[in-house]
Design a protein around this ligand. Structure first.
Ligand code: PLP
Length: 286
């Protein structure tokens, strides 16, 4: 991974190494950190900071809920992203804000003095047409009651990591997790949609499923286009009845799914999936 040379760290642009935490920080030992992921699309002559305010509001809110109280509001962090963008090559970047503690303290203390925020960038591809092969994961989605899905706590992502690695070891691109009730929840870091007779179906927000901003955008766009969207419980036994499937998220954008386990689709050719992708790309290329 090619990380940006510079980062915004506690209010200033610095070489990214200046933001490193102590090896004994409880951020590292307990996973007490909160992050988010945003896209800055370079559209020929200017940046499209895709849904940036919403991402940063979610980030500041989640951090505070984990006792990582930041002295910056979302608007100030937005200015930090702009300062970072000014140091970057004009190409599409994934922007990662993270709130964490830098001081050595492996125990359960809340050390406000060392609570920090860093924003760095990674250049990424966009508009990939590659379909994803998904494993029906043996890894269960961590319950919202254990760690609320909306907070984006680093420690909780050991769950996504396990799902992803299990899938890759078995030859898939990613995994699809079930919740504790046995319903389809989401992929390791993307939400899921299915096509059923020209309409969209997606897992309902049951407290375990992450309410992704891309999911929300696609639902709004579908409604504007007159496509009906149903949010409901989906059982693995329902999968063969769908006509197509796709996943969505900030980094994955919108990706057709060619299989979940042994259920296969030609999702990349499905007209409803093609329309969703076209609408999404019109939005990100503005
Ligand atoms: C577990 C999980 N599900 C879904 C998503 C997709 O959310 P978004 O569209 O806000 O990137 C993410 C990414 O943040 C995620 O971490």
């Amino acid at each position: 991974m090619k990380m940006s040379e510079f980062a915004w760290f506690n209010g200033a642009i610095v070489p990214h190494q200046a933001a490193d935490p102590s090896v004994a920080s409880n951020t590292l030992h307990l996973g007490v950190a909160v992050f988010d992921g945003c896209m800055a699309y370079w559209n020929e002559t200017r940046w499209n900071r895709h849904l940036l305010t919403k991402h940063l509001q979610r980030f500041v809110r989640g951090a505070a809920l984990m006792d990582l109280h930041l002295p910056w509001e979302a608007e100030e962090l937005e200015a930090g992203v702009d300062a970072l963008l000014a140091t970057l090559e004009p190409t599409t970047h994934y922007i990662r804000p993270i709130a964490y503690r830098t001081a050595p303290d492996v125990f359960f203390s809340v050390d406000q003095e060392s609570t920090s925020a860093c924003i760095f960038a990674v250049p990424v591809e966009r508009d990939s047409d590659e379909s994803y092969r998904c494993q029906l994961s043996p890894v269960e989605r961590v319950r919202g009651q254990a760690i609320p899905a909306t907070w984006k706590v680093s420690g909780a992502y050991a769950n996504s990591y396990r799902c992803e690695q299990e899938a890759r070891r078995a030859g898939f691109h990613t995994g699809v997790m079930l919740n504790a009730a046995g319903f389809i929840c989401e992929a390791s870091s993307s939400n899921l949609f299915f096509v059923d007779d020209g309409e969209l179906v997606t897992p309902r927000l049951d407290g375990d499923t992450f309410p992704g901003l891309t999911r929300h955008l696609l639902i709004d766009q579908a409604h504007d286009a007159g496509t009906s969207v149903t949010e409901r419980d989906i059982h693995p036994a329902d999968l063969p009845s769908f006509d197509a499937a796709f996943l969505c998220g900030t980094l994955s954008e919108v990706r057709p799914i060619s299989c979940i386990g042994d259920v296969e689709w030609r999702s990349a050719q499905n007209p409803v999936v093609r329309s969703v992708i076209t609408r999404f790309r019109e939005f990100t290329h503005r």
